[in-house]
Design a protein around this ligand. Structure first.
Ligand SMILES: Cc1cc2nc3c(=O)[nH]c(=O)nc-3n(C[C@H](O)[C@H](O)[C@H](O)COP(=O)(O)OP(=O)(O)OC[C@H]3O[C@@H](n4cnc5c(N)ncnc54)[C@H](O)[C@@H]3O)c2cc1C
Length: 349
């Protein structure tokens, strides 16, 4: 039986978990370091059906998207603030090879629900080579910072949010439950992003996290609010700025300082996308939690059933966190079986 549940980390994963507990009327405490720069805070929040160099539909997209749409809209209504913005998404093709690949892919059955019937018709005054592309539907972006802040205020108003750095050594799993600084819980859920790689109970999980750099820029897009991608994506936000990104670095020393090379690379790619000048306002970096060979991982520890994890959201935390969080909470509260694709206890990790 769950009494009160401790969640460590208020990124997209921990926040979705807390909301799922709140929906079920289960008390919780969510603890976060409250760092100014985290993966969830710098993320662009893009939710994109057709992605990558292979131009395929993102794995289980419809299932995750339906749940995300409902979840963020409910939260928005409840908190009287909009965080979730469905948007047209134009993918421009960057080479003859990509054009050829797309000519084949565009007829695949699973694409059809995501192809917008209209041609993108981007302005040639704003974008370079705006032909050769297609527009997607059922794409969106989540204002992650606003969502996390509003959620935090709500949890705080319930006295269910705490600023603290919770180290694994002070979260004690004794015979009767979990103890953290004298407070008692039935379970702890670690949702602390790439930092979980340091957790002694997770030393066997193959984390392969990647540093990402993202820019905030000012550019005149003639009022076009669609997301556009060729080599990098450009997301016009409601405050008149755009986000542009993002890079992947598999080896890094400083998790929160963008390297001049990555910034220069993004700036150069933006230059091949835009005619309009893009003035950089800020560059930010953070680490995406990635687990080798997995789309995400969750469940309870094999020998510590009160200790649970949700991690490895990679570059799709906005899309997947609502579904994953509900799934884990149903597992903890109702004993529902975990989908084996995400089950931490599957032994072929
Ligand atoms: C540049 C960049 C761009 C991205 N763009 C997108 C995008 O467009 N769309 C998308 O869906 N995803 C994007 N992502 C990925 C997305 O941000 C991640 O999937 C998501 O943020 C992971 O969330 P998380 O909650 O697992 O981890 P985190 O965001 O890292 O959250 C972990 C939290 O735990 C806290 N914490 C850590 N250890 C402790 C401790 N011991 N005690 C207390 N608190 C602790 C941290 O301070 C943090 O708040 C992007 C990521 C980057 C870096």
């Amino acid at each position: 039986m769950a009494s009160r549940i401790l969640i460590i980390g208020q990124g997209l994963a921990g926040t979705a978990l807390a909301w799922r507990l709140w929906e079920r009327g289960v008390p919780f405490l969510i603890v976060d370091r409250d760092e100014p720069v985290t993966c969830s805070k710098v993320a662009a929040g893009l939710i994109t059906p057709i992605t990558g160099m292979r131009l395929t539909v993102s794995w289980r997209y419809a299932m995750f998207y339906r749940e995300a749409l409902r979840f963020y809209r409910q939260r928005g209504k409840q908190l009287r603030q909009r965080f979730f913005f469905p948007r047209g998404y134009v993918r421009l093709l960057k080479s003859e090879q990509e054009v050829t690949k797309w000519q084949k892919r565009r007829h695949d059955a699973d694409m059809q629900g995501f192809l917008h019937p209209r041609e993108p018709k981007l302005s040639a005054d704003v974008f370079r080579d705006p032909q050769n592309g297609f527009q997607q539907r059922h794409a969106a972006w989540l204002d992650t910072t606003a969502f996390l802040e509003a959620s935090r205020r709500f949890f705080d108003s319930l006295d269910s949010w705490r600023q603290a750095d919770a180290s694994p050594s002070e979260v004690l799993d004794d015979a009767n439950g979990i103890d953290w600084r004298g407070e008692r819980f039935s379970h702890v859920i670690w949702a602390n992003g790439w930092n979980a790689a340091q957790h002694p109970l997770l030393s066997w999980v193959p984390f392969q996290s990647a540093l990402g750099t993202i820019l905030t820029v000012k550019a005149d897009l003639h009022g076009d609010k669609r997301i556009v991608n060729r080599g990098c994506w450009l997301l016009p936000r409601n405050d008149g700025t755009c986000r542009a990104g993002s890079t992947y670095e598999w080896t890094f020393t400083d998790p929160n300082t963008p390297s001049p090379e990555q910034v220069a690379q993004l700036e150069a790619t933006l230059g091949t996308l835009l005619h309009t000048p893009a003035d950089i306002i800020t560059a930010q970096s953070a680490v995406r939690p990635i687990i080798k060979g997995r789309q995400a991982l969750m469940g309870t520890h094999p020998t510590h059933p009160r200790v649970a994890f949700l991690n490895g959201l990679g570059s799709k935390g906005s899309l997947r966190a609502p579904w994953l969080a509900r799934h884990l909470i149903e597992h903890l509260l109702d004993g529902a079986m975990l989908d084996e694709a995400f089950d931490l206890q599957e032994n072929d990790i």
